[in-house]
Design a protein around this ligand. Structure first.
Ligand code: NAG
Ligand code: NAG
Length: 447
């Protein structure tokens, strides 16, 4: 196959996306350089593209042979993954995954677990590589105890891009204690159930952009500890919605920016969730959000009843800006577009809500709730001390609430009992926006 490495290399130059990040993200060596060192094709290590032979041992052998500098190559074709792979200790490596991997094994854990690796890239050069988790086989039996698809642990200077992760038996993609990463041009499509998180990140200096998530749990969610996280151009296309949490004790999250987040038919547009606990969340910006058909919109809930109370006065939220939110919520009388329910013993401080215009899709009024939250905008109180509780009823639609929809909004859920089709990676993740980096497949075909 002809593969234009020169063109691909352009997209791989480390980028400093914004002051939000603390430094460059992504691999430090280009794909072309890695490929010129060594290519370990799984077909040469016992792999067979017959959707039957377990590809696990072949991936592990290819990794061992190429992990000190080179490319593990999974050519296009259909593969079976019967045993999970733990890929550890790589340096200057890439995994070019152009094939489709179907889960056949049934163990718990992580189907693909990458740890202690630096200068790393996991991607599909055609934007067609996919992992099909066939999670419905578990979900139709009422079980969420199957494996996660992908987990990165202590990986630094890395990117993951142009892949579809489909119907995970459990979470789709977690980044745990990683650094300097970029995740982009991804489609994640799971079952219509809780427990099937899209992307969860607790790490430092990570840029997640141009990602679509369908499921009924986390879209792109930050957990603790985390610092310098930039999340943008996100399409929660029938999901739980983006969030922070659940937060518990000794929370340490700062400098997080979400912008250009489109949320359709989800539980919320953004939620910060905790119940008791300790530690801090500071310097959070949620900017340019569009929502339609969601239950909650802005939902800061520090007395979240779905979580059992943990000891402590509450997580301290400080310096939180919510800016330029537009669109409509499902039922504003039942669940209004603004709910800022902070802990009575740890009131939120320096909260700003501005340029916020949302209206209800049913009924003629909507509620705004502010409890123990200080700052400016909506029902927030100025100042900083003491507990209070306010509910405001809004009877007139705010001007300028109407907002674009995405033409391809999912009209019905995929459910949990039958196979979910592998999607193509979309070419827009937010109304009017194109991906920050062109899809790898588009670059390859235009060359
Ligand atoms: C508040 O957060 C914003 C955005 O992250 C940041 O630019 C600003 O410096 C923070 N303010 C303080 C007082 O830390
Ligand atoms: C939203 O989800 C539906 C169902 O997966 C899909 O048909 C549609 O293409 C998705 N939208 C985009 C932009 O990918």
């Amino acid at each position: 196959m002809i593969f234009n490495t020169a063109l691909l290399a352009i997209g791989l130059a480390p980028l400093l996306a914004s002051a939000q990040l603390s430094g460059t993200v992504g691999p430090t060596t280009s794909y072309a350089t890695k490929a010129s060192n060594k290519i370990c094709n799984v077909l040469d290590y016992g792999g067979v593209a017959d959707k039957k032979t377990d590809i696990g041992p072949a991936i592990s052998s290819a990794w061992s042979a190429c992990k000190s500098g080179g490319v593990v190559y999974i050519p296009s074709g259909n593969y079976a993954l019967g045993s999970w792979v733990t890929l550890t200790g790589g340096k200057s490596t890439a995994i070019r995954m152009d094939g489709t991997i179907y889960r056949t094994g049934t163990a718990g854990g992580n189907m693909i677990f990458i740890e202690h690796t630096s200068d790393f890239e996991l991607f599909s050069s055609t934007s067609k590589g996919a992992v099909q988790g066939l999670g419905y086989e578990f979900h139709k039996e009422g079980s969420l105890s199957g494996p996660r698809i992908l987990r990165l642990y202590e990986v630094t200077d890395f990117s993951v891009h142009d892949l579809a992760l489909v119907d995970s038996p459990s979470f789709h993609f977690s980044m745990d204690t990683c650094e300097n990463g970029e995740v982009y041009n991804m489609a994640i499509r799971g079952g219509n159930s809780g427990g099937l998180d899209g992307i969860d990140v607790w790490s430092t200096n990570i840029w997640v952009h141009d990602v679509e998530v369908t499921n009924k749990d986390e879209c792109v969610t930050v957990k603790s500890p985390a610092k310098n996280i930039l999340v943008e151009n996100i399409y929660c296309n029938w999901s739980g919605g983006c969030a922070m949490g659940s937060l518990s004790t000794d929370v340490d999250i700062s400098d997080v920016l979400y912008r250009n987040v489109y949320t359709w038919s989800s539980n919320q547009m953004y939620m910060i969730k905790s119940n008791g606990g300790s530690g801090t969340v500071s310097n959070l910006v949620l900017e340019n959000f569009i929502g339609h058909g969601n239950a909650y919109s802005l939902d800061i809930d520090q007395q979240w009843s779905s979580m059992s109370t943990v000891s402590g006065d509450g997580v301290q939220l400080n310096n939180i800006t919510i800016k330029n939110w537009k669109g409509t919520e499902a039922n504003g009388a039942q669940r209004g577009p603004i709910k800022v329910n902070c802990a009575a013993d740890a009131p939120c401080t320096d909260v700003t809500i501005e340029d916020f215009a949302m209206w209800t899709e049913s009924g003629s009024y909507q509620k705004e709730i502010c409890n123990n939250a200080y700052g400016s905008g909506a029902c927030l109180k100025s100042g900083s001390g003491g507990s209070y509780s306010t509910t405001v009823t809004v009877k007139t639609a705010p001007t300028g609430y109407s907002a674009a929809t995405m033409a391809a909004d999912l009209k019905t859920a995929f459910g949990t009992v039958s196979s979910i089709p592998i999607p193509t990676i979309p070419t827009s993740f937010y109304p009017g926006a194109t991906p920050i980096s062109a899809l790898a497949g588009a670059q390859a075909t235009s060359s």
